[in-house]
Write a protein that binds this ligand. Structure first.
Ligand SMILES: [Zn+2]
Length: 499
């Protein structure tokens, strides 16, 4: 990355960088950085932006240490729910509780009464409902690929998993367009305070595009969006001759989203030891990738377990002639547990690893439990980089917070608390973490010639930091703060002057 002492900006672009002994071009505005550091703006390569925005307004159960603590938080929120509305929450993970027990509807009923309550698990693969919420479904809970947990009497315990959880959510729990758009406007404000200038959104299934469009229409869009669409639209996209990349400088539709398996927390990640849940088979994925290539769309596939990743790699390898001829840039999302021999295949085949540095330290306890004896090949970010793989970093917000500096810290330090680094041999350098958070996401969005570097002609998407993370020791990273953010030459957070 080029390094300059001063920067000239004209319109929405970087006009030039100048060295120590020169001055910047004369412009109407001159900003004295006062020794601060400017980097290209941060990208979040994996975020569920509408869901995260709405989650800012829900009962948050992350870090609850026990079932009782989770119930106390729900109880506190229950009084303020307007009659006829749902109590929504998220973030619980029973594996983190002591004791680690599955919750039930009866426990929830005791603190919510007749208010329907729905609490999504932290990994989004389990849903905890009270009796009033279950009554909405009138017994229709079981769907293909779903699990309805039952008690000794054969009655639902209140826990739905996988497709059953998602079916219930899609049918009864989705917010209105107005709720989403209002929440996203506030979400954009928060994202700007964290230096975010672009996102790869994963909520295409939710109708994210129409929310973004509404926000863009009145000039409120303050990040560049690379939007996913569910893969099952591929046939229609081909019929319409609509290729990936359609849109403008701010909002473009970019890729198809597919799921191979479940997650670590729900024990549904598909492993070589035979455990887990298959959502898409290797053959099905190969067909989807082929159909995508015909229509001009790259595929981003969620794969967590080592078998899910192997089969995803197999499918991309088998179809390589088709997608690489189109110049498509496919990606595996998460790539959390990998067989040793599959690590080099990302680089060999040309599939990007779209990972979340924050997941490693925040999953460490549950990974040690659910993937005992396997964690030396989990969250293997340094091994992936050393093998030559293209590695992009995201947050998977709302699973983790949408906060790139927190992700960078997690990648470098591999710890979130005062414990020792978890598998420090897989820690990445500050430079690698920045590259995965700035350059690589721009490349995945085919924007490498206009974003991700401070070069003449590149978009002036910038973040101002109070000090230079590359000049800091890793243990000083927690002190690096966002001062201001600029998108296309306009300040989106904290315009100067600064104290
Ligand atoms: Zn996700």
């Amino acid at each position: 990355m080029p390094l300059v002492r001063a920067l000239a900006i004209a319109g929405d672009r970087v006009a030039g960088g100048v060295g120590t002994h020169e001055t910047a071009l004369a412009t109407p505005d001159r900003v004295n950085l006062g020794g601060r550091c400017v980097l290209p703006g941060f990208s979040d390569a994996h975020v569920h932006f509408p869901s995260w925005s709405l989650a800012q307004q829900e009962v948050r159960l992350e870090d609850s240490a026990s079932l009782d603590e989770a119930l106390a938080r729900v109880s506190e929120a229950a009084d303020s729910v307007e009659p006829g509305r749902w109590l929504r929450g998220r973030g619980w993970r029973s594996g983190d509780w002591s004791p680690a027990i599955d919750p039930t509807r009866q426990e929830l009923d005791a603190v919510t009464g007749a208010t329907p309550a729905a609490l999504m698990a932290r990994d989004y693969h389990s849903l905890w409902l009270n009796s009033a919420a279950l009554a909405h479904a009138d017994g229709e809970l079981q769907v293909e690929g779903g699990v309805v947990e039952l008690d000794d009497q054969g009655e639902p315990t209140g826990i739905l998993r996988e497709e059953s959880a998602w079916y219930f959510r899609d049918r009864y729990l989705l917010g209105t367009d107005e709720e989403f758009v209002a929440a996203m406007r506030e979400g954009l404000r928060i994202a700007a305070t964290r230096g975010v200038t672009s996102v790869h959104d994963k909520d295409g299934w939710l109708g994210a595009l129409r929310f973004w469009q509404r926000i863009a229409e009145d000039g409120g869009l303050t990040v560049r969006v690379w939007q996913s669409l569910p893969y099952d639209h591929v046939g229609r996209l081909e019929e319409l001759r609509l290729r990936a990349g359609l849109g403008d400088d701010l909002l473009r539709i970019g890729y198809l989203k597919v799921f191979m398996d479940g997650t670590l927390g729900s024990k549904t990640a598909r492993l070589l030891d035979g455990s887990g849940v298959q959502i898409t088979s290797r053959e099905e994925l190969a067909e989807i990738v082929r159909a995508g290539a015909r229509a001009g769309w790259p595929v981003a596939v969620h794969a967590i377990g080592d078998l899910a990743n192997r089969e995803a790699l197999d499918a991309f390898e088998e179809t390589r002639g088709e997608w690489s001829a189109q110049g498509l840039r496919p990606r595996i999302e998460h790539a959390q547990l990998l067989a040793e021999e599959d690590i080099p295949r990302f680089a060999e085949i040309g599939v990007a690893a779209s990972v979340q540095f924050s997941h490693a330290p925040s999953d460490r306890d549950i990974a040690e439990r659910n993937w005992a004896g396997m964690t030396d090949r989990a969250y293997a970010y340094r091994s992936l980089l050393e093998s030559g793989a293209v590695v992009a970093n995201g947050s998977d917000a709302p699973i983790e917070e949408l906060d790139p500096l927190a992700g960078i810290r997690a990648g470098v330090l591999r710890t979130l608390d005062d414990r020792e680094a978890w598998h420090p041999e897989q820690a990445v350098t500050v430079e690698q973490a920045l590259e995965a958070t700035i350059l690589t996401p721009a490349w995945l969005a085919r924007d490498e010639r206009q974003r991700g570097k401070v070069l003449p002609g590149y978009l002036a998407d910038l973040v101002v930091l109070d000090c230079d993370p590359l000049a800091s020791e890793p243990e000083e990273l927690p002190e690096v703060q966002v001062v201001a953010t600029m998108l296309g030459g306009r300040w989106t957070h904290n315009p100067p002057p600064w104290d």
